[in-house]
Ligand binder design. Structure first.
Ligand code: IMP
Ligand code: MG
Length: 186
């Protein structure tokens, strides 16, 4: 498929293309369907980055699930995590006694998922598991592992398929490496 020039000009390469993303999302959806037979899990989407992955993933899960959304911030417009996570929009669902799957776009330092994971356990969830589209283990700061992931990636700043830089590039259909000059000059 022809790439739309303007947005792709800021990227140095396609790291994962849409076909591979589709296949990996389907596989993770099937694994969750298998692992949660006879359960009605709550799938929690971490806004905004996980929204594209989330909407594809839930359609690959053949279970009577519930969806909810949470928004937090740590990055601002930069590429480095501050480690200070703020909840900007909380869940509407009472997760006490529920099986929860947190769905994230990328696990980088792990601060975000660590905070949300602990928060949902404290609210009395029966189980809390982590699903991430991308895992960037090189920069991990906390001892936390994803239960399900689609791809492990090197220490590059990536955009597309929901991931942003300064709120842009989320609508790129592929996962691409952002050219360092784009964020260095900012
Ligand atoms: P963590 O708390 O450091 O694990 O960061 C998780 C959040 O940082 C993700 O939800 C993303 O919004 C953002 N992030 C981390 N790495 C990247 C990247 O390579 N591209 C875009 N966003 C990223
Ligand atoms: Mg982000």
């Amino acid at each position: 498929m022809e790439k739309s020039a303007r947005m792709y000009d800021s990227t140095s390469c396609v790291l994962v293309d849409r076909m591979d993303i589709g296949r990996a999302v389907k596989k993770v959806g099937e694994m969750i369907t298998e692992d949660y037979q006879d359960k009605e899990p709550v799938l929690v989407c971490i806004l905004k980055g996980a929204s594209v992955f989330f909407s594809d993933l839930i359609r690959e899960i053949d279970l009577p699930l519930v969806v909810d959304f949470i928004a937090c911030s740590s990055y601002g417009e930069g590429t480095e995590s501050s480690g200070e996570i703020q909840i900007r929009k909380d869940l509407e669902t009472d997760v006490a006694g529920r099986d929860v799957l947190i769905v994230e776009d990328i696990m980088d330092t792990g601060y975000t998922l660590d905070v949300i994971h602990r928060m949902l356990e404290e609210r009395g969830a029966s189980s809390v598991r982590i699903v991430t589209l991308l895992d960037k283990p090189a920069r991990r700061k906390v001892d936390l592992k994803a239960d399900y992931f689609c791809f492990t990636i090197p220490d590059e700043f990536v955009v597309g398929y929901g991931l942003d830089y300064g709120e842009k590039y989320r609508n790129l259909p592929d996962i691409c490496v952002l050219k360092p000059e784009v964020y260095r000059k900012a």
